[in-house]
Design a protein around this ligand. Structure first.
Ligand SMILES: *[C@@H]1O[C@H](CO)[C@@H](O)[C@H](O)[C@H]1NC(C)=O
Ligand SMILES: *[C@@H]1O[C@H](CO)[C@@H](O)[C@H](O)[C@H]1NC(C)=O
Ligand SMILES: *[C@@H]1O[C@H](CO)[C@@H](O)[C@H](O)[C@H]1NC(C)=O
Ligand SMILES: *[C@@H]1O[C@H](CO)[C@@H](O)[C@H](O)[C@H]1NC(C)=O
Length: 624
């Protein structure tokens, strides 16, 4: 690497160190913790609130409720307190040593019968401690579609305008260093962010020069626009910060933001203690049964039980407690207390399709200044910066820029006909045969909303993330059309993990949209200035050319999970198959709410961490 490019890169890094360290925000590493319970004998007899699940949502709600020192909260978490050294480093998007739980999906009929790993964060801090630290928020229209399911009169602020204050409350922004902003044309608008939250969103102090051609090529294709700030609710190309603190440049997540340092004797966590079921008396939640070291215990909740076990385990907890579709409960020998057909249905995840096009020419841009792994000299320089000031390439997690495209840009020629097709199809015929009529009605309402979104230039349908070394990575489908289920296993409803069925591609429009995502990915690499970087298509391969063949290949190349499970305790009217109302209370029960991503009726076009924080912040206000 030439001396001049070294100078440029290190100058950027040094100036940012001054900016970031100049905030004077201290994040002390020694922690005066709230009470960590190690044995059930140390528990209070009753807590005001018992929260099942100490993840992104659970710890946020616990923090907010215990701000009142007279309110006692117990969080039961099935995972452990993880080793901080496995969780905090940001480089590359996490160490992949964070504790996860891996289930296996049912064989996917439309994906050549393959099963897929269902990967879940499994630690105190939940998936906020496991994810790639991307802070996307999604489209304003995504949240407006939540509210529309209740109607304008009745949505109680479950729309973009109503949620924006909670997004702001949930996250503190730390803008990018000025030099970097100028050099890489980074735009941002702090008015969409907050300043008070212990959860930090921070831009790294370095970006790779290989981003230049990748980002400018986005704009060479029709309909691609830029969006000023990732938090503004728009679609297009935008920069987004990392869940990272601005002092130590480490992961900022639910545990270090919403538990450590609080020193609140009224906030208890019991780890390695999976919730077993909700205790109900005449439909009123009175406590929780949980497991610890293979023994079973019960703890009382004098005010409410709050479920925050995530979209895979929250429906299991409801179903084993007797709240769910009667047919599912009966088949598992569980007595039905509340027949609630929606529990565990409406399951959604983002998905990806494993197309791969490499750009060998990227390595010639600023020779070796693109690739930490390939050049020992560059790596040594990076290590020195990191060791001295926590600046440089090691402050990058998973990258900070992507195209978040509306369907109008992905397929300017076909979006209209695809929207027509979605609008006019027999929606219910694409659900499971035994789908409850209310669940089917909810699906119709969702698909009609999605058809409108397909014609909007403001709803994100796909994400194309760029890696400065390798180019744009596989397309992500950010608006699923198919609905799966998460149900208890009749063979052993308590002991076995729930049965996870994505029902990928069960709505045929999903396959067609996947084809359009691949075609756009090809145009981006082969029909823009990126052509000069010598694109090589690794998958699906140039022999798979026309739409019909691509459609067949989608079954081979699709992964039905992009790690964003949601929707299994949906906030919708009861007559649309909803599980919780606008206050997140479970229908036909008392003192029982769901406060996690299960309540999202439809996924937003974004990584789910930030939306989950916002849901939890709003829930905390509703509960108090
Ligand atoms: C609780 O907070 C109130 C108001 O800030 C304070 O006066 C009181 O001493 C606190 N009680 C405890 C037990 O910390
Ligand atoms: C920033 O803008 C300059 C000048 O228009 C352009 O050459 C460069 O490619 C852009 N870089 C990025 C990352 O947008
Ligand atoms: C670390 O920051 C200090 C103060 O800004 C600066 O003088 C020094 O050169 C930096 N060290 C490295 C290796 O960048
Ligand atoms: C880009 O991809 C390379 C090769 O897979 C990987 O080593 C590197 O960490 C990635 N860079 C970023 C910023 O994610």
């Amino acid at each position: 690497m030439s001396t001049s490019s070294w100078t440029l890169l290190s100058r950027l890094a040094v100036s940012s160190a001054l900016v970031s360290l100049g905030h004077g925000i201290a994040i002390p590493r020694s922690v005066l913790q709230a009470r960590q319970i190690s044995d059930p004998s140390e528990l209070l007899e009753a807590y005001d609130y018992v929260i099942v699940g100490g993840g992104t949502a659970g710890l946020t709600v616990a923090d907010r409720l215990t701000e009142d020192n007279k309110t006692t909260v117990l969080v039961l978490e099935s995972g452990s307190f993880a080793n901080p050294a496995d969780v905090l480093p940001v480089t590359g998007g996490g160490t992949f040593r964070q504790p996860r739980m891996q289930l296996t999906s049912t064989p996917q009929a439309n994906l050549n019968g393959k099963t897929f790993p269902v990967i879940l964060g499994h630690m105190v801090g939940g998936s906020s401690g496991v994810n790639a630290m991307m802070t996307a928020r999604g489209s304003a229209e995504d949240y407006d579609r939540w509210g529309q399911l209740f109607g304008e009169e009745d949505n109680q602020g479950w729309n973009w305008d109503g949620l924006l204050p909670y997004f702001k409350k949930a996250m503190t922004i730390n803008p990018p260093p000025a030099d970097l902003t100028k050099r890489f044309n980074i735009t941002y608008d702090v008015s969409y962010w907050g300043t008070e939250s212990p959860v930090h969103a921070t831009f790294p102090s370095f970006q790779y020069p290989g981003l230049d051609p990748l980002v400018s090529a986005f704009y060479e294709l029709p309909g691609v626009e830029s969006t000023q700030d990732s938090g503004s609710g728009g679609a297009g190309v935008y920069w987004f910060p990392t869940f990272m603190d601005p002092v130590n440049f480490e992961r900022s997540y639910a545990l270090n933001a919403h538990y450590e340092n609080l020193g609140r004797p009224n906030y208890h966590i019991l780890a390695d203690a999976p919730g077993r079921r909700v205790l109900l008396e005449d439909g009123t939640a009175t406590g929780v049964e949980f497991e610890k070291d293979s023994e079973i215990f019960q703890v009382s909740a004098s005010k409410e039980v709050l479920l925050a076990a995530g979209a895979v385990h929250t429906p299991k907890l409801l179903q084993v407690s007797g709240i769910g579709p009667r047919k599912v409960l009966e088949s598992a020998g569980i007595e039905t207390i509340v027949d609630l057909p929606g529990v565990g249905q409406n399951f959604q995840d983002h998905s990806s399709v494993g197309a791969a096009i490499e750009l060998p020419g990227l390595r010639d841009i600023h020779p070796n200044a693109n690739d930490l792994s390939a050049d020992p000299e560059f790596r040594q320089w990076a290590e020195e910066l990191w060791a001295a000031n926590r600046t440089g390439p090691y402050s990058i997690a998973f990258g900070n820029v992507a195209a978040w495209l509306p369907l109008t840009a992905i397929t300017p020629d076909n979006f209209e006909s695809l929207a027509d097709e979605l609008e006019n199809q027999d929606h219910a015929s694409y659900l499971a045969d035994d789908a409850d009529p209310t669940v089917a009605k909810g699906y119709v309402a969702q698909m009609l909303g999605l058809a409108k979104a397909m014609r909007s230039k403001d709803t994100v349908f796909s994400r194309y993330y760029v890696n400065a070394t390798t180019g744009a990575t596989r397309p992500i489908l950010n608006q699923p059309f198919s609905r799966g289920s998460v149900n208890i296993d009749p063979a052993d409803p308590f002991g076995n993990p729930p049965i996870v069925d994505y029902r990928a591609l069960s709505n045929p429009v999903e396959r067609q949209v996947m084809v359009e995502l691949i075609k756009w990915y090809r145009r981006y690499n082969f029909e823009t200035s990126l052509k000069s970087l010598g694109p090589i298509e690794v998958a699906p391969g140039t022999n798979i050319e026309n739409d019909e063949d691509l459609a067949i290949w989608v079954s081979e190349g699709m992964n039905p999970s992009d790690y964003h499970p949601a929707g299994t305790a949906a906030m919708m009217p009861l007559e649309l198959g909803g599980v919780v109302d606008q206050t997140l209370s479970v229908y036909n029960t008392k003192n029982l709410r769901v406060v996690d991503a299960s309540i999202m009726p439809v996924l937003p076009g974004a990584n789910t961490c930030q939306p989950t924080y916002a849901v939890a912040e709003k829930a905390s206000i509703q509960i108090r």
